[in-house]
Write a protein that binds this ligand. Structure first.
Ligand code: ADP
Ligand code: MG
Ligand code: ZN
Length: 639
């Protein structure tokens, strides 16, 4: 029985491929014929002369010899005499038939320019040429042709087979999931600094994967889906890989954005394939990165494409189809939990949520230590200070600073990373590279100095603002100068007074320009300040309920309902007007307070601006002296 079956298969293979085989043999015969022909023409060439090599060498080394040029080409020598243009062809073999190896000296070797010219007038130029080897060409064709033929036969056979099978088995829709097996560079929790809470949650998952029996015995349901949620760059992808690394299980990852590039129907079949691969390799982890790309709310405005919907449905179907013993855990990451289709978050799906947060100061220090670990740093590098001034940075930002610092050090030709390299890297990542080339004229420089001094003085005087950390008029990125304010510690909440002081100090730049130069339509220097004011003021009204008339009312844009349909906004036209009015109130108030503060502290403003003109950058330690003697005018007080 078995033999018969094999025979049958062989037969069908033969039948399918006999055409291909025939044309292949024809092809080979033509090539062999060609080879023989070429060999005949060249190999027994009657034009080849036997020349004594000793003679050629002697003539080549003779200052006044008669040879102009010798070209060595395989086993041939082409010799051009001084009084001839055409070379004659000679065999390079000696009497015994072996190729000579040495003796032919290129007297002009290594020379260039005039020297070479002078030399080549006396001695022949010796050139080496790759001979054309027809035998080799044919061998190449045969060695290439054979596998190609094998592939052709294989495919025609596959096509035959495939016709009787499901379309899906043809390799379409196979998940391109990357597999991080145990031998790939393993990421573990050690590589993830900070985020202790998230790691603790995930530790449990690792234990599930390592000892599934322990949980099954007690009738515990092993979680199926774990959703990592957090801002971009907070290390979600890193953590998912660390879970796989810790549990030592295969890790199948695919990114939501990859689904978006797929043809209709392919997304869903990729998902099917991904899950079946993971099940075969269980215990294992499936990781769907950036799941929001496929799993945004199906009824959201703008509408999810049907393709995404199919992909999402397939993910849900697969997750529902898991039995408890499958040993596969699905992890997913998103920056936007609020955008996700609620169906994903139901029990039995992604019912475990792990929040990955932006690092606090001590975590930032830990992350910086991880990324500076293998880099040589000078004693004056203060990672603690860097951690302090990077509030709001993600792990990815910090990794980026570490890398930029190394690049800066290398560019400067340093052997190790200096404190200045780190500062430069920080500012480069935060704002953009220094623009050394841009030369400011005196007027622009003065304007910028007063603008920045305005921010600094207003920020310094107002009681609920963060302290000034550094002021500079060195252009960077798109800005003419920068005033840094740094919170003494990280805080999750800000009160309305603090936010109003932020608005006022942002206005301080433009108001200072107006106060000193007397015009209101100056430069584009303040445009980003004004944008910041506009967006913060809007946030305060629309999201935080900090308006006067609208105190405690918020107007979330995503809300749906009656007004969404009629006005395109989740509130009435009248409310929209009120919101605009409230925003204007905030920004007017900010401008007024900045004006009062600067008018009351004009001397300090002048002093600071002049110091900036002189030194260009004022550090934290320079500032207290310069900002001495400020007063807070009555009208600028809020409480
Ligand atoms: P996400 O997936 O949340 O956008 P990633 O995991 O891709 O962020 O993080 C990007 C990079 O930032 C990581 O490869 C790592 O170098 C660095 N990083 C982020 N968070 C941390 C952390 N907690 N510890 C160490 N490095 C981190
Ligand atoms: Mg990521
Ligand atoms: Zn400004």
């Amino acid at each position: 029985m078995v033999e018969k079956k094999i025979n049958k298969n062989m037969k069908s293979l033969k039948k399918n491929s006999s055409n291909g085989v025939r044309s292949f043999f024809f092809f080979v015969i033509v090539l062999l014929f060609f080879y023989a022909l070429m060999n005949g023409v060249i190999g027994n060439n009657a034009n080849i002369e036997e020349v004594a090599l000793s003679d050629v060498i002697a003539r080549a080394n003779d200052e006044n010899g008669d040879i102009k040029k010798i070209t060595v080409s395989g086993s041939d020598l082409l010799i051009t005499l001084k009084d001839k243009d055409q070379p004659t062809q000679h065999s390079r073999k000696d009497a015994s038939g072996t190729l000579y190896e040495q003796g032919l000296l290129n007297n002009c070797e290594g020379m260039t320019g005039d020297e070479l010219k002078a030399c080549s007038e006396k001695y022949p130029v010796v050139e080496y040429e790759e001979p054309v080897d027809y035998g080799e060409i044919i061998m190449n064709v045969v060695t290439l042709g054979l596998p190609i033929l094998a592939v052709i036969i294989f495919f025609s056979y596959m096509m035959r087979q495939a016709q009787s099978m499901n379309k899906e088995n043809m390799g379409f829709g196979k998940a391109k999931a990357k597999l991080y097996g145990p031998d790939k560079k393993k990421v573990t929790f050690k590589d993830v600094a900070g985020n202790e809470a998230a790691k603790q949650d995930l530790e449990e998952i690792v234990d599930f994967l390592k000892n599934p029996k322990k949980y099954e015995m007690l009738g515990a349901k092993i979680p199926r889906g774990v959703l990592l949620a957090g801002d971009p760059g907070t290390g979600k992808t890193l953590m998912a890989r660390a879970v796989a690394g810790e549990a030592n299980v295969p890790f199948f990852s695919i990114s939501g954005s990859e689904f978006a590039e797929m043809f209709v129907g392919v997304g869903a079949s990729r998902v099917r394939d991904l899950f079946s691969k993971a099940k075969k390799n269980a215990p294992s982890i499936i990781f769907i990165d950036e799941i929001d790309a496929v799993a945004h709310k199906r009824d959201a405005r703008g509408g999810a494409g049907r393709e995404d919907e199919q992909t999402l449905n397939q993910i849900l179907v697969e997750m529902d189809g898991f039995d408890n013993e499958s040993g596969v855990i699905v992890m997913a990451a998103t920056n936007r939990v609020d955008m996700l289709d609620k169906a994903l978050l139901r029990p039995g799906r992604f019912d475990r949520h792990v929040d990955v947060t932006l690092p606090e100061r001590k975590d930032r220090l830990a992350i910086l230590k991880v990324h500076f670990k293998n880099k040589p740093i000078d004693d004056d590098v203060d990672l603690d200070a860097l951690a302090k001034k990077t509030a709001g940075s993600s792990g990815a930002d910090l990794a980026n600073i570490a890398n930029e610092a190394a690049i800066t050090a290398a560019r400067e030709g340093h052997k190790s990373i200096s404190g200045n390299d780190v500062t430069e890297a920080f500012e480069r990542v935060a704002i953009g590279p220094k623009r050394q080339s841009k030369v400011m004229n005196e007027y622009e420089k003065k304007l910028t100095a007063y603008h920045e001094a305005g921010h600094a003085v207003v920020g310094h005087v107002l009681p609920d603002s963060d302290p000034v950390h550094k002021v500079t008029i060195i252009p960077r990125g798109h800005t003419g100068g920068v005033t840094w304010f740094l919170p003494p510690e990280d805080r999750s909440y800000k009160n309305v007074y603090e936010l109003k002081d932020v608005l006022a100090r942002a206005m301080g730049g433009r108001i200072a320009e107006k106060l000193i130069f007397g015009k209101d339509d100056i430069t584009t220097g303040a445009s980003s300040d004004l944008k910041n004011v506009a967006s913060l003021a809007k946030e305060m009204i629309v999201e935080e309920g900090m308006g006067t008339e609208t105190r405690n009312l918020v107007f979330p844009e995503e809300a749906t309902g009656y007004y969404t349909i009629s006005t395109g906004k989740p509130y009435s036209e009248k409310t929209a007007e009120t919101i605009d009015k409230e925003i204007k109130l905030l920004s007017d108030e900010a401008a007024k307070r900045a004006e009062l503060v600067l008018a009351a502290n004009k001397e300090v403003l002048d002093r600071l601006a002049n110091a900036l003109l002189e030194k260009e950058t004022l550090e934290e330690e320079d500032l207290p002296e310069l900002l001495k003697g400020t007063t807070l005018p009555e009208g600028a007080k809020l409480h």
